[in-house]
Design a protein around this ligand. Structure first.
Ligand code: ADP
Length: 501
């Protein structure tokens, strides 16, 4: 062998021994392809000494684990004289398993015959274990993500269910105050389609009507501070629905006790409730004030009468008694009007109708009111025999209310005129006075419950319910009631009632 070839062999030998990869060479020309060389790394990996390795076929490394699919790959490669690379389970001398990343390459002679195989191997147990645990970890993570997604989807469906069924307007907002969800009630209330709202900033929708700085400020604090707010009252003019009074509550949505990045904004419309409450308050104030007046008059008169009786002074007795009786009558009317209001508002009057002449609903009120307001002349003319279908007591109450008002609001004049006539299929009854009159802008409002023209309140006894009740009764009978009037010129209150035939 030439000198340089020998030197080269030595260099290769040293290089192979220094390698961290295990190297074996088998001799294909000998029976059963035995190992004729292995390096130190191969011994280190397998735990066998060189003496125990040389001369054996490589299969001893698989011990009894012979059914591995990759063994076929190796056998086929050897048979076909091809290179191959496999990961194979091998066993060390102490029986412990290691994963071997094995590359096999054939060596050919000049005639094209395979003389040797070179195997290079690597213990990849750690890598395999790492890969395996990574795979397990990934599967586990995937499972957890799937479970969590399912849980969230269920929560979302659950939330959506609640949001849809609640009869209050609800919006779900993202952290940047963009609308993520609105419920059906919101769409119906604000008369707007959800498509026009989703993904839009709350402050941009509905012509910017939600751009209320104080509200925006509160909303911006809900998520970062976990800071809900309650009972924030807004009175605002909204497009399509006009002025509304709303109570707003907002909180961060939590799912399963964990905060989510959503704000739930709930709004309750209290516009009507507010008006009713206000009216109720007004009513209580008016009613208690108005009840006090007649009671004070009667009380004063009784004290006076007692003193008169002691002195045997019978002179001033009669007018005092008269005044007291009038006051009691006022009180009586006020109370019965109040009772009627509550019956009317509860919806069932349950009164029977009969065919009556117009005079039947006029004569008693005329006599009674004439008795109280002796200062006035009550004049009646027209066709009072017209027949209508209705409830006598209720319609008499309407006439009484109109006559009392006509006299009450015309202190300085004398006459109240009542006219009855036929207009088409209706009987029309008008009560005319020449009193203080009513400004045009109040012509409709005087029929509202508890409404009294301001300025009159302190000078005239009343609670603002007589005309309201009258309107309800007339409407119940299929008729109408209205007023024509000018300030200082007097008023004409008219009603129509359908004729019986
Ligand atoms: P009340 O007279 O008890 O206040 P009503 O419902 O009968 O209640 O009337 C409502 C309001 O309409 C009165 O407060 C008064 O301001 C006005 N009004 C009613 N009738 C007349 C009238 N004939 N002339 C002037 N104002 C009237």
């Amino acid at each position: 062998m030439p000198e340089y070839a020998q030197a080269l062999r030595k260099i290769f030998g040293t290089a192979l021994d220094a390698s961290v990869d295990g190297v074996v060479i088998t001799d294909n020309k000998l029976p059963d392809n035995p190992i004729i060389y292995c390096n130190q790394a191969f011994c280190d990996i397998t735990g066998y000494s060189m003496d125990e390795i040389i001369g054996h076929n490589c299969r001893f490394l698989q011990a009894n684990d012979r059914n591995q699919e990759v063994r076929r790959t190796i056998a086929d490669a050897i048979k076909e004289g091809k290179a191959c690379q496999v990961d194979i389970r091998n066993y060390k001398k102490d029986g412990s398993l290691f994963f071997n990343e094995l590359s096999i390459s054939p060596v050919y002679d000049e005639d094209g015959n395979i003389t040797h195989f070179i195997g290079i191997q690597n213990d990849i147990t750690r890598r395999k274990e790492a890969e395996h645990s990574l795979k397990l970890e990934r599967e586990n993570l995937e499972k957890r993500v799937n479970e969590r997604t399912k849980e969230l989807q269920e929560h979302e469906a659950f939330l959506k269910g609640i949001v849809e069924t609640i009869r209050e307007s609800l919006i779900v907002l993202n952290p940047d105050l963009k609308i993520a969800l609105v419920n059906k009630h919101f769409e119906k209330f604000f008369k707007i389609n959800a498509n026009e709202l989703i993904d839009q900033k709350l402050t941009d929708v509905l012509e910017g009507s939600w751009n209320i700085p104080e509200l925006v400020n509160l909303l911006e604090n809900v998520l970062p501070e976990h800071n809900p707010f309650e009972d924030f009252e807004v009175v605002h003019d909204f497009p399509y629905i006009g002025t509304r009074r709303l109570i707003l509550n907002a909180s961060q949505i939590t799912v399963g006790g964990a905060y989510q990045n959503w704000i739930l904004l709930a709004m309750e419309d209290i516009t009507e409730r507010y008006v009713i409450e206000k009216k109720k308050d007004d009513f209580i104030a008016i009613a208690s004030h108005e009840m006090k007046t007649p009671i004070t008059v009667v009380k004063g008169n009784l004290q006076l009468l007692e003193r008169m009786l002691e002195k045997g002074d019978m002179e001033g007795y009669k007018p005092r008694l008269r005044q007291s009786m009038d006051s009691m009558e006022n009180l009586n009317r006020l109370i019965s009007n109040l009772l009627d209001t509550s019956i009317l508002t509860s919806g069932s009057t349950n009164k029977t109708s009969e065919v009556i002449k117009v005079i039947d609903i006029i004569d008693t009120p005329l006599a009674q009111v004439g008795e109280v307001y002796k200062s006035h002349d009550f004049v009646l003319y027209g066709d009072t025999d017209l027949e209508i279908l209705g409830n006598k007591d209720q319609l008499s109450q309407v006439i009484t209310n109109l006559l009392i008002n006509a006299a009450k609001y015309s202190k300085d004049s004398k006459q109240v005129v009542m006219h009855v006539g036929r207009v088409g299929n209706f009987a029309k009854i008008s009560v005319t006075d020449t009193g203080i009159g009513i400004a045009k802008e109040n012509h409709k409002r005087v029929f509202d419950r508890f409404y009294r023209v301001s300025g009159n309140d302190n000078n005239y006894f009343g609670a603002g319910i007589g005309l309201y009740i009258s309107q309800q009764i007339v409407a119940d009978h299929g008729g109408t009631i209205w007023v024509e009037s000018e300030i200082g010129e007097g008023s004409v209150f008219s009603i129509t009632l359908p004729l019986s035939k």
